[in-house]
Design a protein around this ligand. Sequence first.
Ligand SMILES: Nc1ncnc2c1ncn2[C@@H]1O[C@H](COP(=O)(O)OP(=O)(O)OP(=O)(O)O)[C@@H](O)[C@H]1O
Length: 353
Amino acid sequence: MSLEVSLKQRLGAFCLDIEFSTKGQVTALFGPSGAGKSSVVAAIAGLSRPSAGRIAVGGRVLFEAGKSFVPPEARRIAVVFQDARLFPHMSVEDNLRFGWRRAAQKADEAAIADVIALLGLEHLLSRRPRGLSGGEKSRVALGRALLAAPDMLLLDEPLAALDQARREEILPYLEKLARQMRLPMLLVTHQVEEVARLADEIVVLDQGCVVAQGPVFELLTDIGAVAGVQPLGAVFEAAIAAHQADGLTRLSFAGGILYVPGLSQPTGTRLRVRLRAEDIMLALSEPSGISANNVLTCTLGDIRSVGDHADVQLHAGPTQLVARITEASRARLKLEKGMQVYAVVKAVTVARS
Ligand SMILES: Nc1ncnc2c1ncn2[C@@H]1O[C@H](COP(=O)(O)OP(=O)(O)OP(=O)(O)O)[C@@H](O)[C@H]1O
């Protein structure tokens, strides 16, 4: 389903002038604090009225300046905020069922059971929000939003209020959501790791404007000054090729083979892999006698100097990677575009398919 956003809006001294469209299943709205991300969410949800522009979801026009303004309750858009905003006087189950009432639909018990199972809420149903952990509250808020049967889910920094441990607890649920539900999502975040794990497309905002947009696979390795989503690092799809006797799992991807500590999923499972720029070292000849499990043969692409380090694009077959090395190393290795190099990968992160 497509999301088309074009809007102009003055908020005090701040000017929002936004134009983007996406067909991604999960689109990340990324940018520094104060870039305008929440203001865009508010406009899409119908919580504010831009002075100019048009907003459409799946071709259905929700706002067109001077012509139409669909009120928030009729937009079929659910929003999950970082503070969960549960009803304190209702049990978890009643909070969840409230979604159905808002959507003015008859409760579909099978759908409710599915969402409860998806988000692992079975043992919390009779509890009140007050006693729940931050991660549990976020899961209930997600469940309530899903049960409103929206056309699109807006997630406004749903993990921002959580500590690292709670984030790790809820990220797998978001990954499952992204994989199992066909529901398009717009995820507001300023965490690259969340983008890398969840998103297909990114829209980068700065000072009220869109400064870059594109597929996650491209933008997270883009070393251009504007687009660069820091910290840089490649994200790409791989499949489990084999579980080896030495305990490692072999992954194959379009640019080669990677070995990771044993995974539990069966052979053939498709996964998303992240290789951070800082976790790649470069060598001019194929290294031997090293502890790293992964060495990829690559061709050098563009190189960009940033202070005392250089960001180097690498092509492993059709897969684009990026490495961050010191300027001193770049000079010593006399790196130039088109050279063949060996990328020694120090760490591989495996996320959802
Ligand atoms: N109603 C308003 N009146 C005046 N200024 C506003 C209003 N709403 C937002 N702003 C300003 O607009 C700018 C963008 O705010 P917004 O909350 O959209 O940014 P953000 O990218 O979501 O930031 P964060 O990541 O910190 O949540 C900020 O400078 C904010 O102070």
